[in-house]
Write a protein that binds this ligand. Structure first.
Ligand code: IMP
Ligand code: MG
Length: 185
């Protein structure tokens, strides 16, 4: 069992088991392999939260892909996204004419992804789709939808399988939730 270096951190309450995640990731990979057959999509992971999901997903996709990453950072340290986003690391790959698949960990207010998608559109991809491991539709503040969603999750602060609270819990093999923390990492 996972244990934190500081004993004060409680173990998260399990929301999605390793087995549930693996099964759903395989289903998404199958759908994507069909959708992108013959296309060699540019798969863009939004760091850091999507890294484990992306790693598992692309290994289950039976088609060639090109992988790149971008890192964005929200201004402020609140659990509520402000919508003001800064590019910390941009792509190396050109986007123009590519079939782009954006891989995100969790779609919450949608502000972060809306900003990223608006920016990517300016680079003239041939197509642009989103796959999100988790979706919290209850919290949406802007009109954005993922084309492929792993799981709809309740309005809880989730961690694990790449997703953090203050940079912790990312290496949990499952997704759990912790009681609403004061700050987001
Ligand atoms: P949004 O801009 O509100 O949609 O926030 C999206 C980003 O906030 C996600 O990519 C996550 O990195 C982070 N986030 C949103 N909800 C949670 C959560 O429940 N746990 C941990 N991080 C979260
Ligand atoms: Mg993220």
């Amino acid at each position: 069992m996972f244990s934190m270096s500081e004993a004060a951190e409680p173990n998260p309450i399990v929301l999605l088991t390793e087995e549930q995640i693996a099964k759903r990731v395989q289903e998404l990979a199958d759908q994507l392999s069909t959708a992108y057959a013959g296309k060699e999509p540019l798969v863009i992971g939004i760091l850091k939260g999507s890294w484990i999901f992306l790693a598992d997903l692309v290994r289950k996709m039976g088609i060639p892909v090109v992988i790149d990453f971008m890192t964005v950072s929200s201004y402020g340290a609140s659990t509520r996204s402000s919508g003001a986003v800064r590019f910390v690391l941009d792509l190396k790959s050109p986007v123009e004419g590519r079939d782009v698949l954006v891989v995100e960990d969790i779609l919450d207010s949608g502000l972060t992804l809306k900003y990223i998608i608006d920016n990517l559109k300016l680079r003239k991809p041939r197509s642009l789709n989103i796959v999100a491991l988790m979706d919290k539709p209850a919290r949406r503040r802007v009109d954005i939808r993922a084309d492929y969603v792993g799981f709809e999750v309740p309005d809880k602060f989730v961690v694990g399988y790449g997703v953090d609270f203050a940079e912790r819990y990312r290496n949990l093999p499952y997704v759990g939730y912790i009681e609403e923390p004061g700050v987001k990492g």
